[in-house]
Design a protein around this ligand. Structure first.
Ligand code: SF4
Length: 373
């Protein structure tokens, strides 16, 4: 293939193949033009990968054989391998993936009546050290690339719809469901890996990519103010969720060291600005931990903190028991009283139904157990 119009070199001798999912549609079109191929093939390649779930170029039967060969010489598609799997009796499945450099990340698939939510990781480990979270126990290793983030989505999509083309292993769970929602709530802080997460989200959302609606994609952050400010300018309709877990600085700093850098007053001010710019609701995640943040006075503090936010919702989450961290959930009666107090004070509140409790679906636990072997 030749290129008469450009001076950039088109062919590279690759020892390590490039992940094709690192390329946006425009970047892939440019690559094809550089090779002398029509750029419209890029949409076909996207369709094969993100809609049909192809893991190999030789399955792309409507592409010319020479192009398939050139793609296979330069690019890889799936860069992870399944290292372990735990399945809950409620259908929740937790996947442990080995990346090319042997680092491990987790993703969780949570089926409901007509939808499957994929909970995915954005980093290997985490530097923010929330002390209710097993993800941070081994510290931070590295950011995931956009292609590695998309690997998780691709694997979960194929798993949800019942098949892994070109993998020798049988699908672990066949179903007629479709992956419909993505939440960045696995290992890592997505706003600490901003560029790669946003690049992945654009492909997850794109009509030529996974075609998952922006309102079905959630970024969950521990409260990185510069990241929230940047996100407010993206003109994306994605959901923002903030891990709050306490409504006074002293208590929050005890379990979330990030609060010392981004304390509550500054965080809530930033939330006001985010809502003013985007007109989007923010969900505040609040893990109820027995003996720590689940009594009436904690509920009163929470109401005081959020009462002036125009578009806010509180999602109460009874803590997953994490024996290593001595975290246990409150009794049901205390959970219900906390919820009812918020509701009575006019706060939009939901109580999350726990999923996957029999497999410790909280992030980081499966990886931790593997790394300790
Ligand atoms: S909760 Fe999120 S930000 Fe906090 S340590 Fe775990 S992965 Fe990191």
């Amino acid at each position: 293939m030749t290129n008469k119009n450009r001076t950039v070199p088109c062919f590279t001798v690759s020892i390590i193949m490039q992940d094709i999912k690192e390329l946006s549609l425009k970047e892939l079109e440019d690559k094809l033009l550089c090779w002398g191929s029509p750029k419209y093939y890029a949409k076909g390649i996207f369709n094969w990968i993100y809609q049909k779930g192809a893991y190999e170029f030789n399955r792309m039967s409507d592409l010319p054989a020479a192009l398939r060969k050139a793609l296979a010489m330069e690019f890889s598609i799936l860069g992870l391998e399944l290292a372990d799997l735990e399945q809950s009796s409620d259908g929740t499945a937790k996947f442990l993936f080995a990346l090319k450099d042997k680092n491990l990340v987790e993703a969780v698939s949570i089926p409901a009546a007509r939808r499957v939510t994929g909970c995915i990781s954005s980093q290997v480990g985490c530097k923010f050290g929330c002390n209710f979270c097993a993800s941070a126990l081994k510290g931070f290793k590295r950011n995931l690339t956009s292609g590695e983030i998309l690997d998780e989505v691709l694997y979960l999509k194929n798993n949800a719809s019942g098949g892994h083309p070109a993998l020798s292993e049988e699908p672990v769970r066949a179903s007629a469901q479709q992956l419909s929602h993505i939440v960045f709530m696995g290992t890592g802080e997505p706003l600490d890996n901003y560029e790669n997460v946003l690049k992945a989200i654009r492909i997850i959302n794109s009509a030529h990519g996974f075609n998952i609606g922006a309102r079905r994609i959630t970024i969950s952050t521990c409260g990185i103010i510069p990241g929230i400010e940047r996100l407010a300018l993206e003109n994306l309709q994605i959901e923002l969720s903030i891990s709050l877990h306490a409504a006074v600085d002293k208590t929050r700093s005890q379990i979330m060291p990030v609060n010392q850098k981004y304390p509550l007053e500054a965080l809530i001010k930033c939330c006001h600005e985010y809502i003013a710019k985007t007109n989007r609701q923010i969900t505040f995640e609040y893990i109820l931990i027995k003996g720590f943040n689940s009594n009436l006075s904690s509920a009163q503090n929470l109401v005081k903190l959020l009462k002036d936010l125009r578009l806010a919702k509180v999602n109460l989450i009874p803590a997953n028991s994490i024996p290593e961290l001595k975290i246990i959930p409150p009794e049901i009666s205390e959970i219900v009283s906390f919820r009812d107090y918020l509701f009575g004070a006019g706060i939009n509140v939901t109580l999350r139904k726990e999923r996957g409790q029999d497999i410790d679906a909280a992030c980081g636990q499966l990886r931790l157990r593997h790394e300790e072997k």
